[in-house]
Design a protein around this ligand. Structure first.
Ligand code: ADP
Ligand code: MG
Length: 455
């Protein structure tokens, strides 16, 4: 019998272009490897797929749809140039709908919701840019995010958009400032703890701040620490800055609080959260034991070719342990969690973004916001649970939303290994009213077939 590995190499990863192209491409496929069969429907030319994104952006039911162009949204020529350099040719629905409200006068607060991967970042970043008085060299816009990695990512987007302007920016996360270094930049992005501290120490003047943005706002307002710090920062701001909250999810229990945090806000909700998973096909695998679960995980990487993927675990030490074992077996993996030093975290994230490592093993710290377009697979090694041990549906939705970004398709797999996790998987099915399909752990040809049906 032929080596099974040869027969069933699924080029899942080839769904996505390598890093070199930041083009607005939905699901680009690299030219096929020689062994790839001709009828393989995973293979499409870049051209076809670009057309596909254009199609999606022309479909009124798509979250990527808009009737307007960026030129019609009141942006300066320099910022338009930045957008085109990023290969943004048309706004997405949330960008088109939120931006006019965000930049109208007098400023109104905003609570914006739209599914993961639909371009919320550009919506609030453009609002910050439009609000700036460019002649005034003090902080005027503050954006907070729940993780260092997300704050860095938002900063990258801002710097790209501002590349043809003289706008100044500063990242304020742990260790990004020298001791007593004053923050004078016009735009500040950071994490709540560090920003609160720096304001308190009077390194960051806030008198001129006119727009205050919380990305992943439901998470920021819900978590004890982050919420308290975000409130403290808001209370330190003078006047009545415009408050802008964005997320893919606003569960009931934070909605009221969000409405008080951002009073009289314009609210935009593009789709109910349960519809936000349609570009991502969800599967589960039924494992007999914890050890079988680990073996199945390794088999996924041995037997399928995945471009980049993220594995979510419950705990920091399990992330480290899986990473150590997989490395020993020759897999190109790296782990990231909150116990690591800031510079280690930055290095790991940069290496993952550059494609140096294909598999990132992490915890909920990266469940939200992280945008690496080549990620075509998300594995829930452990399901996310809240403090009461119940399934955390929002965290689950955000985790799987690390794939299927801006018109791409993605796959998620839950590894079930006991009755409890099986029941939790079923709760997720029920909650989102979406089928989670079983794929076998002993017939990889069947797995390949099932994945391809979706792709
Ligand atoms: P969200 O915050 O809604 O989850 P992001 O803001 O991270 O989504 O955007 C997802 C991806 O879509 C990013 O890679 C971003 O560069 C891309 N993107 C956003 N807006 C556009 C646009 N108008 N045209 C092309 N690509 C875009
Ligand atoms: Mg986001």
């Amino acid at each position: 019998m032929a080596d099974p590995v040869d027969n069933i190499t699924l080029r899942l990863g080839d769904l996505i272009t390598p890093k070199t192209s930041d083009a607005p491409v939905a699901a680009v496929v690299r030219p096929s490897a020689p062994e790839q069969r001709e009828e393989d429907n995973l293979i499409k030319s870049t051209h076809t797929v670009q057309v596909k994104l254009a199609d999606q952006q022309a479909d009124p039911n798509s979250p990527l749809y808009s009737v307007k162009s960026f030129e019609q949204l009141g942006l300066s020529p320099e910022i338009l140039k930045g957008l085109y350099a990023m290969n943004f040719s048309k706004p997405s629905k949330i960008q088109e709908r939120a931006l006019p409200l965000l930049i109208s006068n007098p400023p109104r607060n905003m609570i914006g919701q739209s599914q993961s991967g639909t371009g919320k970042t550009a919506a609030f970043v453009l609002a910050m840019l439009v609000r700036l008085n460019v002649g005034l060299n003090v902080p005027q816009a503050i954006c907070l995010a729940p993780s260092r990695e997300l704050a860095r990512q938002i900063m990258d987007v801002i710097e790209n958009m501002c590349q043809f302007t003289n706008i100044t920016t500063k990242l304020v996360v742990k260790d990004s400032l020298k001791r007593n270094e004053p923050v004078q930049a016009q735009i500040v992005v950071g994490t709540p703890g560090t920003v609160a501290e720096v304001i308190k120490r009077r390194q960051l003047p806030v008198q001129a701040v006119k727009i205050f943005v919380l990305d992943e706002a439901d998470n920021m307002l819900d978590q004890d620490g982050l919420g308290d710090q975000s409130i403290r920062i808001k209370n330190m701001l003078k006047g009545n800055p415009q408050i802008v909250l964005f997320s893919a999810t606003f569960p009931e229990h934070v909605r009221n609080f969000a409405a008080r945090f951002a009073p009289e806000a314009n609210e935009i909700s593009l789709k109910r959260e349960d519809l936000s998973v349609d570009a991502i096909k969800q599967f589960y695998m039924d494992c007999d034991s914890e050890e079988h679960k680990y073996e199945t995980l390794c088999n996924i990487y041995d037997l399928l070719t995945v471009s980049q993927s993220i594995i979510f675990c419950k705990r920091r030490d399990s992330a480290d342990e899986i990473s150590r074992r997989m490395k020993e077996q020759g897999h190109s993996v790296v782990s990231l969690h909150g116990k690591m030093l800031p510079e280690e975290r930055d290095q790991v994230m940069d290496d993952f973004r550059s494609g140096k490592f294909k598999v990132l093993i992490t915890t909920n710290v990266l469940a939200r916001g992280i945008d690496v377009s080549q990620v075509s697979l998300v594995i829930n090694y452990d399901l996310p649970l809240d403090q009461r041990g119940q399934v955390d549906f929002e965290a689950y939705l955000h985790r799987i939303g690390r794939t299927g970004r801006f018109g791409r398709t993605g796959i998620s797999i839950i590894l079930v290994d006991n009755r409890k996790s099986w029941e939790q998987m079923q709760e997720i099915e029920k909650h989102f009213e979406r089928n989670i399909a079983l794929v076998p752990t002993d017939d990889w040809q069947a797995v390949e077939k099932q994945f391809k049906e979706f792709i």
